[in-house]
Design a protein around this ligand. Structure first.
Ligand SMILES: C[S@@+](CC[C@H](N)C(=O)[O-])C[C@H]1O[C@@H](n2cnc3c(N)ncnc32)[C@H](O)[C@@H]1O
Length: 263
C-alpha cells in the first residue's frame, strides 16, 4: 500500500476514532475500533472456533486500534498481545483499552518461537503482498496445534473495479494453498455470519459521524474515505466477500512446504 493511503486509512483515522470515543463514551470503543473487519457474530464464531478461554495468550496481528482484542479479553478473558506497526493506531489501543502493544511488522514478530497460545489476524492479510511471510511468522510463534483465526476478504472472479490502494485479495484456492504451505491445517471456514445489531452499528456510526464532522476537510480524511468507497463498490458488486477461517498450526512432525518461488 502507498504509505500515504495506509497512514490515512489505518493511522490517522484510528487516532481520530480514539478522540471521538473519549468524547462519546467508552461503550463506543469496541464497535468503533473493529474497523470494518468484524461484527460481534463474526468475533464470536472465531472465538468459539479457536476455543478461547480465560488466561490464554491471544496474539492479534495487525490489531489496529484494538477492538477485536478488547472484545476477546472482555468476553473470553484472554490475555491479548497486540501487534500493530502504525503508531497512532497502537496509541489508540493503549488509550482506549490499556492493552499491551508490540509496534512491529507481522513479517518479523518480536516473540519467542512456540510462545503463543492462539492468534488472530483480522482484515490484515489483504494489506500485505507477501502473505506467506506473515503466516510463516505467525506459525513460528504459535505453539504446536494452536489455533489461528483469520478474517480475510476473498476475491470472487475477475475484478473490474479498482481495489483500494495496497489491497491484494487472494482467491479461495490461493489462500488454502498459502495456509497449507506455511504449516497450517484449515479446519473450518464460513462466510460472514450476519450483520451487527443496531446497538453495535449505531455506536460505530456515531463515532464515524463525529470524526467526519471534525476532519472532513483534512486530505487524509478524503484519502481514507476514498479507500472506503472502493471497498463498498467491490462488496456491492460481489467481487470480494468476507471469509472467516479457523486453522491450526501443524506440529513439528509436519515441516513447512517450500514456498511457491522455491519450487
Ligand atoms: C483493516 S485493518 C484491521 C484492524 C483490526 N484487525 C480490526 O479488525 O479492526 C488492517 C490492519 O493491519 C495493519 N497492517 C498492515 N500491514 C501490516 C504489517 N505488515 N504487519 C502488521 N500489521 C499490518 C494495518 O496497520 C491495520 O491496522
Amino acid at each position: 500500500m502507498t504509505a500515504v493511503a495506509m497512514v490515512a486509512e489505518f493511522d490517522d483515522v484510528a487516532g481520530w476514532t480514539a478522540d471521538a470515543v473519549e468524547q462519546l463514551g467508552e461503550r463506543h470503543a469496541i464497535p468503533a475500533t473493529c474497523r470494518g473487519s468484524a461484527s460481534p457474530a463474526a468475533l464470536a464464531w472465531l472465538a468459539e472456533a479457536c476455543e478461547l478461554s480465560p488466561g490464554i495468550s491471544l496474539l492479534d496481528v495487525g490489531a489496529g486500534a484494538g477492538g477485536p482484542s478488547a472484545w476477546a479479553a472482555e468476553r473470553f478473558g484472554v490475555r491479548p498481545i497486540l501487534l500493530e506497526p502504525m503508531p497512532a493506531a497502537g496509541r489508540a489501543a493503549a488509550r482506549l483499552f490499556g492493552l499491551p502493544i508490540l509496534a512491529a511488522d507481522g513479517r518479523r514478530i518480536p516473540l519467542r518461537t512456540g510462545s503463543v497460545d492462539a492468534a488472530w489476524c483480522l482484515g490484515m492479510l489483504c494489506t500485505v503482498q507477501d502473505k506467506a511471510a506473515v503466516l510463516e511468522e505467525i506459525h513460528r510463534v504459535l505453539k504446536p496445534d494452536a489455533s489461528l483465526g483469520l478474517l480475510v476478504l476473498l476475491a470472487h472472479g475477475p475484478q473490474t473495479h479498482p481495489a483500494p490502494e495496497g489491497s491484494y485479495f487472494p482467491t479461495e484456492r490461493e489462500l488454502s494453498v498459502l495456509l497449507d504451505d506455511t504449516g497450517f491445517e484449515l479446519l473450518e471456514q464460513i462466510d460472514q455470519p450476519g450483520e451487527a445489531p443496531l446497538s453495535w452499528s449505531r455506536r460505530a456510526e456515531q463515532v464515524a459521524a463525529f470524526v467526519a464532522t471534525r476532519h472532513r476537510t483534512d486530505p487524509a480524511y478524503t484519502l481514507a474515505a476514498h479507500q472506503g468507497e472502493r471497498f463498498t463498490h467491490l462488496f456491492a458488486s460481489g467481487q470480494i466477500a468476507v471469509r472467516l477461517i479457523h486453522a491450526i498450526s501443524r506440529s513439528a512432525g509436519h515441516p513447512l512446504k517450500p514456498r511457491m518461488e522455491e519450487r
